[in-house]
Ligand binder design. Structure first.
Ligand code: PMP
Ligand code: GLN
Length: 392
């Protein structure tokens, strides 16, 4: 059967680990520190704006393909206010069904059969899948613990004459690493030298805790070759609304728009009005979210370290990764599949984020701290109940 033309090319990618683990959490009534989503919704005024849009018939029918003017203008203002990036709202911005669609549309638009996309490994799960859908090849550049720094020589070593795109992600899921200005400059050097497009997934742009976020498109020579992707899901804690966007030079945005037209055409009509309201009025709330998440990062990092794991302290995102070998565990997949039954906690094994995980990668677990403090404390208590079965 496996050689049959009837077996879809993507079949061996199976169900995403996030879906599997969230279903497991529901089935076992566990605390879900697996899939990254907040357990408290974003600002009430944004939810009201969505309800009001639906009630008054805004966006209930197909909105304009590239996005509603109110949202395009709000994204342009946001890029200007945050980063001094000046974009034409009508030719340099595209609203998508979450960042997920922007990533898929970008890969379908920019990658041809056999083209290579250099991506930071561990990678967010949709990267390899969408590169495969485009019949391209994903070439990993490994970020190694404890700091997950991007090494310029490793990056250079991954680039060939088939390379078309460097796919970045900072702040980085799953490691929580934030690329420094120096690392971004190295990427820019390589991209310019080899005339590559950079697609950069910056959905956690507002969840960099220790230093201000630097979009790579702000570096000299990069605006004209960078497609930047972001999402309201993480910024405003409405991950279910799936409002994302891609911004950049006209030709790149045009190409992505063409692919997007035939994926969803349009999406999230009323929510687009609500996100425009958020970008225009609720950025102070986002500052508060960042501070509160940083505190929850610290709480979870400390608790996991006290349990005896090696904690790789993240600079951003929703996530902490740990090495569980100090606990006497070597198989994070088995550990994560067993934890719900053993103590009612769900987490994600990092092996799924690697092409060929070795022993170290197979012993890494990702935990989200995008939950309320008391939920994190309860999860740590539950994990602590296993301490007798763990080595330290
Ligand atoms: N990129 C990264 C790095 C993510 O972590 C996520 C999901 N959280 C996405 C893209 C998808 O974002 P969205 O929900 O807006 O599709
Ligand atoms: N980005 C979220 C995570 O990394 C999950 C989103 C999804 O399920 N696709 O956990």
């Amino acid at each position: 059967m496996s050689s049959s033309r009837l077996v879809p090319r993507l079949a061996d990618m199976g169900t995403t680990i996030f879906a599997e683990m969230s279903a497991l959490a529901v089935r076992t009534g566990s605390i879900n520190l697996g899939q990254g989503f907040p357990d408290v919704d974003g600002p009430a005024s944004i939810a009201q704006a969505a309800a009001e849009a639906i009630r008054t018939g805004k966006g209930n029918q197909y909105p304009p393909g590239p996005g509603i003017p109110e949202l395009l203008e709000a994204i342009a203002s946001h890029q200007r206010a945050q980063y001094e990036l000046h974009l034409d709202p009508y030719s340099q911005i595209l609203v998508t069904a979450g960042a997920t669609e922007a990533i898929a549309a970008a890969m379908l638009a920019l990658v041809d059969t056999g083209d290579e996309v250099v991506a930071l490994e561990p990678f967010y799960d949709s990267y390899r899948a969408t590169i495969t859908m485009a019949r391209g090849r994903c070439v990993p550049v490994r970020l190694s613990p404890p700091d997950f720094e991007l090494d310029e020589e490793r990056l250079r070593g991954a680039v060939t004459d088939r390379t078309k795109v460097i796919l970045l992600n900072s702040p980085h899921n799953p490691t929580g690493a934030v690329l420094s200005r120096g690392e971004l400059e190295a990427v820019a050097r390589v991209a310019i030298e080899h005339d590559l497009v950079v697609v950069t997934d910056e959905v956690y742009e507002h969840l960099a805790f220790d230093e201000p976020h630097v979009p790579i498109s702000t570096l000299p020579g990069m605006a004209e070759r960078t497609l930047t992707i972001s999402s309201a899901g993480k910024t405003f804690s409405f991950t279910g609304w799936k409002v994302g966007w891609a911004t950049g030079p006209v030709d790149l945005v045009d190409a992505v728009r063409t692919a997007k037209q035939f994926l969803t055409f349009v999406s999230a009509g009323p929510f687009q009005y609500a996100v425009a309201h958020g970008l225009n009025n609720e950025m102070r709330w986002v500052t508060g979210l960042r501070a509160s998440l940083a505190a929850r990062r610290d709480l979870l990092a400390k608790g996991l370290a006290q349990l005896g794991m090696e904690v790789f302290y993240p600079g951003g995102t929703y996530f902490i990764t740990t090495d569980v070998r100090p606990l006497g565990e070597s198989d994070a997949m088995a550990l994560c599949r067993g934890l719900p039954e053993r103590c009612g906690v769900v987490a994600v094994p990092c092996s799924v984020f690697y092409e060929t995980p070795g022993p170290a990668e197979r012993a890494m677990v990702r935990w989200t701290f995008s939950k309320q403090e008391h939920v994190l404390t309860e999860a740590l208590d539950r994990l602590n109940s296993l301490s007798a079965s763990w080595r330290p």
